[in-house]
Design a protein around this ligand. Structure first.
Ligand SMILES: Cc1cc2nc3c(=O)[nH]c(=O)nc-3n(C[C@H](O)[C@H](O)[C@H](O)COP(=O)(O)OP(=O)(O)OC[C@H]3O[C@@H](n4cnc5c(N)ncnc54)[C@H](O)[C@@H]3O)c2cc1C
Length: 129
């Protein structure tokens, strides 16, 4: 039996979970795996100031989807505390650090989405930090 096509998404917040969910909707038979180095996925980063100001008391109220719900409701396998260390594009293998057990594993993919966020560019002007 041919193996199912496998999509791996690195990063499990807005872009990553959108990509994973869209892929699953378009191709329900596809195996979709999300790697997220943090504990949480799919949370509203925009609302973090409300948590800091105490308007939102419980951090969990910012979470849209848990890894368990992603698997149960959307068929997406989420590996939290898993950090992608390097990608071998030739062999389509990702070297991943399982931060729970502190061990390295290799994960293969057919398709890959990088949704690891970005860093702001700070212009080199006087007073910038
Ligand atoms: C305080 C605040 C307010 C904001 N307000 C607004 C707003 O009003 N409107 C708006 O449109 N946007 C707003 N934003 C921006 C919005 O939250 C971001 O655009 C959005 O979170 C980006 O999502 P993303 O999935 O691209 O990246 P991120 O949210 O940065 O997620 C990337 C994920 O990838 C993971 N990752 C990175 N490298 C690896 C790796 N090697 N292996 C495994 N995982 C990895 C990270 O742990 C992270 O969880 C706000 C952001 C903040 C912080």
């Amino acid at each position: 039996m041919p193996s199912r096509e496998k999509l791996v998404v690195i990063g499990g917040v807005a872009a990553g979970m959108s990509a994973a969910s869209s892929a699953k909707r378009a191709k329900p038979e596809m195996k979709v795996v999300v790697l997220e180095r943090d504990l949480h996925i799919s949370y509203g980063a925009c609302s973090l100031p409300y948590y800091i100001s105490d308007d939102v008391k419980d951090f969990h109220d910012l979470i849209v989807l848990t890894p368990q719900a992603a698997e149960k409701e959307r068929g997406i396998k989420v590996l939290t505390r898993h950090e992608a260390l390097s990608i071998d594009k030739e062999s389509k293998q990702i070297l991943v650090k399982d931060l729970n057990g502190n061990k390295e594993v290799e994960i293969s993919y057919d398709k890959l989405v990088l949704a690891t966020g970005g860093l702001p560019v700070v212009p080199p002007s006087q007073g910038s930090i």
